[in-house]
Design a protein around this ligand. Structure first.
Ligand code: ATP
Ligand code: TPS
Ligand code: MG
Length: 311
């Protein structure tokens, strides 16, 4: 069986069967944005995210500082979505022998910027030679309560932390390889290269019944919440805000903004559920049932999971 036929999540299920968890201190494993372990009175959160040349970035196009920032943000975002503060990171480098030192220096300067902004420390790592450039960060966070994907409840509202869709538009612009970009295009590209994990929303996360960060796309990531919480999630189309720069992008390139809002990955914004009134963007509600639906005035349509998959 080729792994491309198993798919990303089919593969993870099989790996879990080989290594089941038999440790009473593990609160959550294999199934959420972070694994969670009880140590004394604390809950520690563990996550790991890699940036691979060709899959996550094009080396010739990315500023190495942006790469260090994006790598850090993808890790911090998982910690924040579980309600935690990022604390410590390890960085594993797989580097082609002829890589210029200046590139890795830039990556570490980007990590430094992220450390200062998010408040964590890199405390070690590993180095190996490799044909392909890969930079992997693992991160430990700390919290007093774990906010997962499995406690969205019927009657909750669904919230998002910001306008969505910008990262996908930014990536498409980068891949167009244009000689020059208009100002609104530069802003979309900036959103792709410099996403901000929503550490500012930790108090809202802790008040939520469930939370997930949007790395594969809103529908795909809400699909995880729906499956794990065993509920139906209804998104009301008219409540989805369209960012002004995304609107201009879609007009210029003749695209449907909702394909971006619903399916853009690498947003590192949050999707939360709560029965409380949160000062965030309310986009829908939870009902009994399963799946993720889009409601318009005319119809209620079940949405396909077209999220980003590595295979
Ligand atoms: N190689 C692996 N071995 C064991 N568990 C894994 C492996 N890869 C992923 N997992 C687990 O599967 C779950 C889903 O992983 P995934 O990387 O999709 O996390 P995510 O938070 O949904 O996405 P992202 O990493 O983009 O934030 C996580 O709980 C993760 O710890
Ligand atoms: C060259 C290039 N091709 C495609 C993409 C898009 N992309 C890569 S990973 C990912 C989702 C999160 O993945 P992960 O779960 O690995 O964090 C997305 C949307 C990109 N950024 N660069
Ligand atoms: Mg995640």
């Amino acid at each position: 069986m080729k792994i491309e036929n198993l798919g990303e999540f089919g593969l993870i299920d099989k790996l879990n069967q080989i290594l089941p968890i038999d440790d009473k201190d593990v609160i959550v494993g294999y199934s959420d944005d972070c694994a969670c372990v009880k140590v004394g009175n604390d809950l520690l959160l563990f996550t790991v995210d890699i940036q691979v040349e060709g899959s996550h970035f094009i080396k010739e196009k990315i500023n190495p500082k942006d790469l260090g920032w994006k790598l850090s943000t993808s890790n911090v975002s998982d910690i924040v979505s579980c309600g935690g503060k990022p604390r410590w990171a390890l960085v594993s480098l797989a580097l082609p022998k002829d890589l210029d030192y200046e590139f890795i220096k830039g990556v570490y300067e980007g990590i430094k910027e992220a450390q200062d902004y998010y408040g964590f420390f890199t405390i070690g790592g590993n180095v190996s030679s490799s044909k392909q450039l890969m930079i992997d960060m693992s991160m430990v966070g700390q919290t007093d309560i774990f906010v997962g994907r499995d406690k969205a409840r019927v009657g909750d509202f669904v919230y998002i932390s910001s306008n969505l869709g910008l990262s996908k538009a930014g990536l498409e612009l980068i891949l167009m390889d244009k000689d020059s970009y208009e100002d609104f295009e530069k802003k979309l590209i900036e959103k792709h290269y410099r996403p901000k994990a929503r550490i500012d929303l930790l108090e809202n996360v802790k008040k939520s019944s469930s939370c997930i960060d949007i790395s594969d796309g809103l529908v795909s990531d809400l699909g995880h919440v729906s499956k794990r919480s065993k509920v139906k999630i209804v998104i009301e189309k008219e409540k989805l805000p369209i960012d002004n720069n995304l609107k201009i992008f879609c007009q210029k390139y003749n695209k449907d903004p909702y394909q971006y809002i619903l399916y853009s990955g690498e947003e590192y914004e949050l999707a939360l559920t709560s029965d409380k009134d949160l000062d965030l963007i309310k986009i829908g509600y939870i009902e009994e049932g399963e799946g993720v639906y889009l409601k318009t005035q005319e119809k209620l349509e079940k949405l396909d999971d077209k999220g980003f998959r590595h295979f």
